[in-house]
Design a protein around this ligand. Structure first.
Ligand SMILES: [Zn+2]
Length: 74
């Protein structure tokens, strides 16, 4: 479990909003809320493992787009 960026307390995973799910197609996100009673921090944190695969996926997509672009301009 990650820790709160404001107070360092452990975070609890909460349900994502619709907009978070949409953003998750590009960047995998998990939504967290701070467990400390004195802190109201709530926000999105990128999920570690899958984001690397998504990064590679986008890298491949950009490379493919560049290759296709070359063929078209030729
Ligand atoms: Zn906190």
């Amino acid at each position: 479990m990650p820790f709160c960026p404001q107070c360092g307390t452990r975070l609890q995973r909460v349900r994502r909003r619709t907009i978070d799910k949409l953003v998750s197609f590009l960047v995998p996100l998990n939504r967290y809320r701070c467990l400390s009673s004195g802190c109201i921090w709530e926000g999105n944190i990128r999920s570690g493992l899958r984001s690397r695969f998504v990064f590679l996926y986008w890298l491949l997509l950009v490379l493919a787009a560049m290759l296709v672009g070359r063929f078209i301009t030729r």
